[in-house]
Write a protein that binds this ligand. Structure first.
Ligand code: SAM
Length: 234
């Protein structure tokens, strides 16, 4: 595991434009060239995406959504196909390009075109501006320490009109021990530093921004664990 020191963003962008792109593009795909750990993470992540979709109305016509750290579009694409007006941003150009490619591939394979074509761009989430009905940020915060997460939550809340849906890897005594003994992030599985966050700290960041957490869930498989929060204005 490589320490990213004080320059997490450069290291994260570098990783997700290179070996991280190769690795996560496979995990977030459908091909069978994944090992058992990657397959477990794929299944766990799919559960998180399904939960987010189940928290939102079926018909999202006219709802603007910002997917911050959109990756290959696992959430952005179904949202767009449910009618949402989606803007996906990712610090990795390779990820943003792959999300756009997957949308075109889905349409070419027969999916109905979205009412509004989703737009994908390379951007640090803290450089995103504008206003969106809903802001989502799924499985991104694991790359950042708490103080950076606090700034990110404040920024994401400032972009949102109605709700923020965000997930993070929860810090609990159990997960901290697993992380320390290398059980959670098996050797070779990661190249960026991983940070776990306590629920209290993440909730406090929302509260400081004038938002409150109204819904929460946890997805936990063998190698994937993600705490999901929905927050609204106080
Ligand atoms: N949210 C996607 C999903 O759930 O399918 C992708 C999750 S992936 C583990 C983390 C993603 O966050 C990567 O695509 C990475 O490039 C992106 N990312 C990390 N830091 C970011 C930042 N500061 N701004 C925007 N994207 C970021």
């Amino acid at each position: 595991m490589t320490s990213t020191g004080g320059n997490e963003k450069a290291a994260v962008a570098n990783y997700f434009n290179g070996v991280g792109f190769e690795r996560w593009n496979k995990i977030y795909g459908t091909t069978d060239d994944v090992n058992s750990v990657q397959l477990d993470i794929r299944k766990g992540h799919a559960q998180t995406v399904d939960k987010v979709l189940s928290w939102l109305p079926q018909d999202l016509s006219g709802v603007t959504v910002c997917d911050a750290g959109c990756g290959t579009g696992s959430l952005a694409l179904p949202l767009a196909l449910h009618g949402a007006d989606v803007a996906g941003f990712d610090i990795s150009q390779a990820m943003a390009d792959e999300a756009a490619r997957r949308y075109d591939a889905a349409v070419a394979a027969g999916a109905r075109e979205a009412a509004v074509r989703p737009r994908f761009a390379a951007s640090d989430l803290q450089a995103v501006s504008g206003r969106f009905h809903t802001v989502a940020c799924i499985d991104v915060l694991i790359h950042y320490p708490q103080e950076r997460v606090n700034e990110m939550i404040a920024h994401l809340a400032g972009l949102a009109e109605e709700r923020v849906i965000l997930s993070f890897a929860p810090s609990t005594p159990y997960y901290e021990v697993l992380k320390r003994i290398g059980e959670l992030f098996p050797k070779g599985a990661k190249a960026t530093r991983a940070y776990l966050h306590t629920e209290q700290a993440v909730e406090a960041a929302f509260n400081a921004a004038g938002w409150r957490v109204v819904r929460r869930d946890l997805t936990a498989t063998r190698f994937y664990f993600s705490r999901l929060f929905e927050a609204v204005r106080m």
